[in-house]
Design a protein around this ligand. Sequence first.
Ligand code: DGL
Length: 284
Amino acid sequence: MLQPLSTSIGPIGVFDSGFGGLTVLRSLVQQLPQYDFCYLGDSARSPYGNRSYEAVHQYTLEAVQWFFDQGCPLVILACNTASAKALRTIQQKDLAQMAPANRVLGVIRPTTEVLGQYTKSGAVGILATEGTVQSQSYPIEIEKFYPHLKVYQEACPMWVPLIENNEQEGPGADYFVKKHLDAIFKKDPAIDLLLLACTHYPLLEQKIRQYLPPNVQLLSQGKIVATSLVEYLNRHPEIANRCTKQATLTFNTTDSTAAFDQQAAHFFGAPVSSKEVQLLPVRS
Ligand code: DGL
Protein backbone atom coordinates (compact mmCIF):
# COMPACT_ATOMS: atom_id res chain seq x y z
CA MET A 1 0.00 0.00 0.00
CA LEU A 2 1.33 3.47 -0.87
CA GLN A 3 2.38 5.64 2.06
CA PRO A 4 1.73 9.40 2.09
CA LEU A 5 4.64 11.35 0.56
CA SER A 6 7.10 11.78 3.45
CA THR A 7 9.03 15.02 3.51
CA SER A 8 10.64 14.45 6.89
CA ILE A 9 13.66 16.43 7.94
CA GLY A 10 16.59 14.86 9.78
CA PRO A 11 20.21 13.73 9.66
CA ILE A 12 21.90 11.98 6.74
CA GLY A 13 21.85 8.24 7.44
CA VAL A 14 25.08 6.29 6.91
CA PHE A 15 24.88 2.51 6.86
CA ASP A 16 27.28 -0.41 6.90
CA SER A 17 27.12 -4.06 7.89
CA GLY A 18 29.46 -3.21 10.77
CA PHE A 19 32.29 -0.71 11.26
CA GLY A 20 33.53 -0.21 7.71
CA GLY A 21 31.19 2.65 6.89
CA LEU A 22 32.87 4.68 9.62
CA THR A 23 35.86 5.13 7.29
CA VAL A 24 33.45 6.84 4.90
CA LEU A 25 31.66 8.78 7.65
CA ARG A 26 35.02 10.31 8.62
CA SER A 27 35.37 11.87 5.18
CA LEU A 28 31.70 12.90 5.07
CA VAL A 29 32.08 14.80 8.33
CA GLN A 30 35.28 16.45 7.06
CA GLN A 31 33.67 17.66 3.85
CA LEU A 32 30.19 18.43 5.20
CA PRO A 33 30.88 19.50 8.81
CA GLN A 34 27.66 21.49 9.18
CA TYR A 35 25.41 18.47 8.50
CA ASP A 36 23.93 16.03 11.04
CA PHE A 37 24.83 12.37 10.52
CA CYS A 38 23.28 9.22 11.96
CA TYR A 39 25.40 6.05 11.64
CA LEU A 40 24.09 2.50 11.88
CA GLY A 41 26.25 -0.63 11.87
CA ASP A 42 24.40 -3.94 11.67
CA SER A 43 27.16 -5.56 13.72
CA ALA A 44 24.87 -8.31 15.00
CA ARG A 45 24.65 -9.69 11.45
CA SER A 46 28.04 -8.63 10.07
CA PRO A 47 29.80 -9.60 7.86
CA TYR A 48 27.51 -9.41 4.83
CA GLY A 49 30.27 -10.35 2.38
CA ASN A 50 29.36 -14.02 1.91
CA ARG A 51 25.59 -13.70 2.31
CA SER A 52 22.99 -14.25 -0.40
CA TYR A 53 21.33 -11.48 -2.42
CA GLU A 54 18.09 -12.10 -0.53
CA ALA A 55 19.71 -11.76 2.90
CA VAL A 56 21.71 -8.63 2.03
CA HIS A 57 18.64 -7.03 0.44
CA GLN A 58 16.42 -7.87 3.41
CA TYR A 59 18.89 -6.64 6.04
CA THR A 60 19.65 -3.46 4.11
CA LEU A 61 15.95 -2.78 3.60
CA GLU A 62 15.34 -3.08 7.34
CA ALA A 63 18.15 -0.62 7.99
CA VAL A 64 16.81 1.85 5.42
CA GLN A 65 13.36 1.67 7.01
CA TRP A 66 14.94 2.31 10.40
CA PHE A 67 16.69 5.44 9.04
CA PHE A 68 13.44 6.66 7.53
CA ASP A 69 11.74 6.12 10.90
CA GLN A 70 14.41 8.43 12.42
CA GLY A 71 13.43 11.10 9.87
CA CYS A 72 16.48 10.74 7.59
CA PRO A 73 15.60 12.05 4.12
CA LEU A 74 18.81 10.61 2.63
CA VAL A 75 20.65 7.35 3.35
CA ILE A 76 24.15 6.48 2.13
CA LEU A 77 24.91 2.77 1.92
CA ALA A 78 28.57 3.09 2.95
CA CYS A 79 29.00 -0.60 2.21
CA ASN A 80 29.98 -2.00 -1.17
CA THR A 81 28.28 -5.32 -0.53
CA ALA A 82 24.94 -3.66 0.24
CA SER A 83 25.44 -1.22 -2.66
CA ALA A 84 26.14 -4.16 -4.99
CA LYS A 85 23.40 -6.49 -3.83
CA ALA A 86 20.57 -4.34 -2.52
CA LEU A 87 20.76 -0.74 -3.76
CA ARG A 88 19.22 -1.18 -7.20
CA THR A 89 16.16 -3.07 -5.89
CA ILE A 90 15.68 -0.53 -3.12
CA GLN A 91 15.95 2.42 -5.54
CA GLN A 92 13.84 0.89 -8.28
CA LYS A 93 11.22 -1.00 -6.27
CA ASP A 94 11.12 -0.57 -2.50
CA LEU A 95 11.52 3.20 -2.23
CA ALA A 96 8.25 3.88 -4.05
CA GLN A 97 6.42 1.91 -1.35
CA MET A 98 8.42 3.17 1.61
CA ALA A 99 9.09 6.89 1.13
CA PRO A 100 9.16 8.07 -2.48
CA ALA A 101 10.51 11.53 -1.61
CA ASN A 102 13.53 10.07 0.21
CA ARG A 103 16.76 8.96 -1.42
CA VAL A 104 19.19 6.06 -0.95
CA LEU A 105 22.66 6.27 -2.53
CA GLY A 106 25.57 3.84 -2.66
CA VAL A 107 29.35 3.93 -2.95
CA ILE A 108 29.98 2.05 -6.21
CA ARG A 109 28.71 4.62 -8.70
CA PRO A 110 30.69 7.59 -7.31
CA THR A 111 33.82 5.45 -7.24
CA THR A 112 33.53 4.14 -10.78
CA GLU A 113 32.82 7.63 -12.11
CA VAL A 114 36.35 8.79 -11.22
CA LEU A 115 38.39 5.57 -11.18
CA GLY A 116 39.90 5.99 -14.65
CA GLN A 117 41.65 9.20 -13.57
CA TYR A 118 44.01 7.27 -11.33
CA THR A 119 45.54 4.76 -13.73
CA LYS A 120 48.22 5.18 -16.41
CA SER A 121 48.52 1.56 -17.52
CA GLY A 122 44.75 1.12 -17.88
CA ALA A 123 44.85 -2.07 -15.78
CA VAL A 124 43.02 -1.79 -12.46
CA GLY A 125 42.49 -4.24 -9.62
CA ILE A 126 39.35 -4.34 -7.49
CA LEU A 127 39.78 -5.84 -4.01
CA ALA A 128 36.39 -6.59 -2.47
CA THR A 129 34.19 -9.05 -0.64
CA GLU A 130 32.99 -12.23 -2.34
CA GLY A 131 29.50 -10.72 -2.69
CA THR A 132 30.71 -7.55 -4.40
CA VAL A 133 32.92 -9.53 -6.78
CA GLN A 134 30.15 -11.99 -7.67
CA SER A 135 27.69 -9.19 -8.37
CA GLN A 136 30.01 -7.92 -11.16
CA SER A 137 28.90 -4.41 -10.20
CA TYR A 138 32.37 -2.90 -10.60
CA PRO A 139 33.18 -4.25 -14.08
CA ILE A 140 29.66 -3.32 -15.26
CA GLU A 141 29.78 0.23 -13.89
CA ILE A 142 33.41 0.88 -14.92
CA GLU A 143 32.57 -0.18 -18.49
CA LYS A 144 30.02 2.67 -18.66
CA PHE A 145 32.57 5.39 -17.82
CA TYR A 146 35.91 3.90 -18.91
CA PRO A 147 35.29 1.15 -21.48
CA HIS A 148 39.00 0.94 -22.35
CA LEU A 149 40.07 -0.15 -18.84
CA LYS A 150 41.08 -3.71 -18.05
CA VAL A 151 39.41 -4.65 -14.76
CA TYR A 152 40.55 -7.52 -12.54
CA GLN A 153 38.73 -8.53 -9.38
CA GLU A 154 39.94 -10.41 -6.33
CA ALA A 155 37.69 -11.49 -3.47
CA CYS A 156 39.41 -11.27 -0.08
CA PRO A 157 36.98 -13.11 2.21
CA MET A 158 39.28 -13.16 5.24
CA TRP A 159 40.04 -9.45 5.32
CA VAL A 160 36.79 -8.26 6.94
CA PRO A 161 36.89 -10.91 9.72
CA LEU A 162 40.55 -10.00 10.43
CA ILE A 163 39.64 -6.32 10.69
CA GLU A 164 36.44 -6.86 12.69
CA ASN A 165 38.53 -8.88 15.16
CA ASN A 166 41.26 -6.24 15.37
CA GLU A 167 43.86 -8.56 13.82
CA GLN A 168 44.93 -6.18 11.06
CA GLU A 169 48.48 -5.93 12.43
CA GLY A 170 48.90 -9.62 13.25
CA PRO A 171 50.68 -12.37 11.26
CA GLY A 172 47.32 -13.59 9.90
CA ALA A 173 46.94 -10.23 8.17
CA ASP A 174 50.41 -10.58 6.57
CA TYR A 175 49.49 -13.98 5.22
CA PHE A 176 46.10 -13.05 3.79
CA VAL A 177 47.15 -9.65 2.44
CA LYS A 178 50.10 -11.17 0.58
CA LYS A 179 47.99 -14.05 -0.69
CA HIS A 180 45.44 -11.79 -2.39
CA LEU A 181 47.94 -9.23 -3.68
CA ASP A 182 49.99 -12.02 -5.27
CA ALA A 183 46.80 -13.40 -6.83
CA ILE A 184 45.67 -10.12 -8.36
CA PHE A 185 49.10 -9.20 -9.78
CA LYS A 186 49.30 -12.69 -11.27
CA LYS A 187 46.17 -11.83 -13.27
CA ASP A 188 48.01 -8.85 -14.81
CA PRO A 189 51.38 -7.49 -13.64
CA ALA A 190 50.56 -4.18 -15.41
CA ILE A 191 47.99 -3.27 -12.75
CA ASP A 192 48.98 0.18 -11.42
CA LEU A 193 45.82 0.98 -9.42
CA LEU A 194 44.22 -1.07 -6.68
CA LEU A 195 40.82 -0.03 -5.36
CA LEU A 196 39.88 -0.91 -1.80
CA ALA A 197 36.28 -1.70 -2.77
CA CYS A 198 35.18 -2.56 0.73
CA THR A 199 34.81 0.15 3.32
CA HIS A 200 36.54 -2.01 5.92
CA TYR A 201 39.77 -2.30 3.94
CA PRO A 202 41.28 1.15 4.70
CA LEU A 203 42.07 -0.34 8.12
CA LEU A 204 44.46 -2.72 6.34
CA GLU A 205 46.03 0.02 4.27
CA GLN A 206 49.39 0.05 6.06
CA LYS A 207 49.72 -3.70 5.82
CA ILE A 208 48.77 -3.69 2.13
CA ARG A 209 51.34 -0.98 1.40
CA GLN A 210 54.10 -3.18 2.84
CA TYR A 211 53.53 -5.67 0.03
CA LEU A 212 52.75 -3.26 -2.79
CA PRO A 213 55.12 -2.48 -5.70
CA PRO A 214 56.03 1.24 -5.48
CA ASN A 215 54.38 2.16 -8.79
CA VAL A 216 50.94 0.96 -7.67
CA GLN A 217 48.40 3.45 -6.29
CA LEU A 218 46.07 2.35 -3.53
CA LEU A 219 42.70 4.06 -3.58
CA SER A 220 40.10 4.11 -0.81
CA GLN A 221 36.61 5.46 -1.18
CA GLY A 222 36.01 7.87 1.72
CA LYS A 223 37.07 11.11 0.01
CA ILE A 224 35.59 10.10 -3.33
CA VAL A 225 32.18 9.37 -1.80
CA ALA A 226 32.26 12.58 0.24
CA THR A 227 33.14 14.74 -2.79
CA SER A 228 30.35 13.09 -4.74
CA LEU A 229 27.86 13.73 -1.93
CA VAL A 230 28.81 17.42 -1.79
CA GLU A 231 28.07 17.64 -5.53
CA TYR A 232 24.82 15.68 -5.13
CA LEU A 233 23.56 18.01 -2.40
CA ASN A 234 24.42 21.04 -4.58
CA ARG A 235 22.44 19.55 -7.45
CA HIS A 236 19.51 18.53 -5.23
CA PRO A 237 18.47 21.41 -2.96
CA GLU A 238 15.12 19.66 -2.38
CA ILE A 239 17.07 16.93 -0.50
CA ALA A 240 19.78 19.19 0.96
CA ASN A 241 17.09 21.46 2.48
CA ARG A 242 15.60 18.47 4.30
CA CYS A 243 18.97 17.44 5.82
CA THR A 244 19.40 19.09 9.21
CA LYS A 245 22.57 21.05 9.91
CA GLN A 246 23.58 21.27 13.54
CA ALA A 247 26.85 19.36 13.24
CA THR A 248 25.65 16.39 15.34
CA LEU A 249 26.76 12.78 15.06
CA THR A 250 24.94 9.75 16.46
CA PHE A 251 26.14 6.16 16.39
CA ASN A 252 23.89 3.11 16.49
CA THR A 253 24.54 -0.61 16.44
CA THR A 254 22.41 -3.74 16.38
CA ASP A 255 24.88 -5.44 18.76
CA SER A 256 26.32 -4.69 22.17
CA THR A 257 27.40 -1.06 22.49
CA ALA A 258 30.52 -1.73 24.57
CA ALA A 259 32.11 -3.92 21.88
CA PHE A 260 30.97 -1.54 19.16
CA ASP A 261 32.38 1.58 20.80
CA GLN A 262 35.77 0.02 21.32
CA GLN A 263 36.19 -1.16 17.73
CA ALA A 264 34.42 1.80 16.17
CA ALA A 265 36.94 4.23 17.62
CA HIS A 266 39.69 2.62 15.43
CA PHE A 267 37.60 3.02 12.30
CA PHE A 268 36.33 6.51 13.03
CA GLY A 269 39.56 7.84 14.51
CA ALA A 270 37.83 9.40 17.53
CA PRO A 271 35.89 8.13 20.57
CA VAL A 272 32.45 6.73 19.77
CA SER A 273 29.48 6.32 22.08
CA SER A 274 26.72 4.25 20.51
CA LYS A 275 23.15 3.22 21.20
CA GLU A 276 21.81 -0.29 20.65
CA VAL A 277 18.84 -0.46 18.29
CA GLN A 278 16.65 -3.22 16.93
CA LEU A 279 15.77 -3.53 13.26
CA LEU A 280 12.27 -4.73 12.46
CA PRO A 281 11.28 -7.07 9.63
CA VAL A 282 10.13 -5.23 6.49
CA ARG A 283 8.29 -6.78 3.58
CA SER A 284 9.74 -6.05 0.14
N1 DGL B 1 32.21 -2.89 4.57
C1 DGL B 1 31.46 -3.65 3.66
C2 DGL B 1 31.75 -3.43 2.21
O1 DGL B 1 32.11 -2.33 1.87
C3 DGL B 1 31.00 -5.03 4.01
C4 DGL B 1 31.86 -5.98 4.66
C5 DGL B 1 31.08 -7.22 5.04
O2 DGL B 1 30.11 -7.07 5.78
O3 DGL B 1 31.45 -8.29 4.58
O4 DGL B 1 31.58 -4.31 1.40
